[in-house]
Design a protein around this ligand. Structure first.
Ligand SMILES: [Fe+2]
Length: 324
């Protein structure tokens, strides 16, 4: 097809570049043409994604959950279902693949994180589709995880090395009942996909968590040591975790980080280290200002994402698909 070569001229395969933006020049008019174009250029697109960490597709004929499902499916990733995850964000399914992004209220910022890196089960790809941009604000922040690692290793060499060697343990509280008004409000039954206390404990044991039950019926669970810095194929090291989101956004963590985060040997994170992580991530962050119809595909190991607050009457609708 004639658009194949012209449309891909913008690819850089450059690790210094972020994110890649591919704008439909008008030659892809239908959803069928879009999926054909993706299939024909799949290896180039995936090579680009593994270089830069994120690609934004703008101006393609994607208008709703169904067309987004078809667009994303053309990339041939295996499906990572929200059900199989241990995420405690509240979400609603639209198609089998597609669900709403975190339903947290519009004035709540969701800080940078690698998707589900606070659990042992996470997707390798996260894709977002903007059906309706907010009137004001609501950008998705994107931040390169390898750049964060590079800068942190320079600024905090010893603690970065410690983090890489020992990993990190996360402690989270799962409420007794679903509470959609919180960014992390799924109950322990929903989060773990279980029906009873016994089943919950079996599941936690199988995942190597430790836990205690709160008096209000909530569940406080701590992971085993999980990797917080990973080495990817080819040798690139990436900061892969939820430190920024936990420290800035989880309830009570700013005041007392040890209630949610510690090194793999149970030692505490110095606040100065956490502050350095946050300021480095912030300085490297790119705000993707959505336009209706935009689709982003993000390599979950190479880039963190977050959501800025928004306002106005227009209902922001951003949908998500996870892949592996
Ligand atoms: Fe996320």
């Amino acid at each position: 097809m004639s658009y194949t070569s012209t449309m891909l001229e913008g690819l850089e395969y450059s690790q210094a570049h972020f994110p890649t933006v591919i704008v439909n020049d008008g030659s892809v008019g239908t959803l069928d043409q879009a999926t054909t174009w993706i299939s024909e250029n799949l290896s180039s697109l995936k090579k680009e994604l593994s270089s830069t960490g994120a690609i934004l597709f703008r101006g393609f004929p994607v208008t709703n959950a169904e067309s987004y499902d078809a667009f994303f499916s053309a990339f041939n990733y295996a499906n990572f279902t929200y059900k199989e995850s241990l995420s405690n964000a509240v979400r609603i399914n639209h198609t089998e693949l597609v669900f709403t992004a975190n339903e947290a209220p519009k004035d709540v910022e969701i800080f940078l994180h690698n998707e589900m890196a606070q659990t042992p089960i996470y997707p390798s790809i996260i894709s977002l589709f903007c059906e309706n941009a907010a009137e004001k604000g609501g950008a998705t922040a994107l931040c390169r995880s390898d750049s964060v690692y590079d800068q942190l290793a320079q600024k905090e060499p010893e603690l970065t090395d410690k983090l890489e060697r020992l990993g990190i343990k996360y402690t989270t509280t799962m409420p007794k009942e679903d509470s959609p008004e919180s960014g992390q409000g799924r109950s322990w039954r929903s989060t773990l996909g279980v029906k009873s206390v016994d089943q919950a404990e079996d599941k936690l044991r199988s995942l190597d968590y430790s836990w205690r039950w709160g008096e209000d019926g909530s569940l406080v669970a701590q992971t085993a040591a999980l990797p917080a810095i990973k080495t990817l194929e080819g040798g690139r090291k990436v900061f892969f975790n939820q430190i920024v989101a936990a420290y800035q956004g989880w309830k009570g963590v700013k005041e007392d980080p040890s209630c949610a985060l510690c090194f793999g040997d149970d030692s505490a994170f110095p606040v100065s280290f956490l502050e350095n992580v946050v300021s480095i991530a912030k300085s490297l962050s790119f705000d993707l200002e959505w336009q209706d119809g935009d689709v982003a595909i993000v390599d979950n190991h190479l880039a963190m994402h977050g959501r800025l607050p928004y306002s106005g009457e227009r209902k922001r609708k951003v949908l998500v698909v996870l892949g592996k």
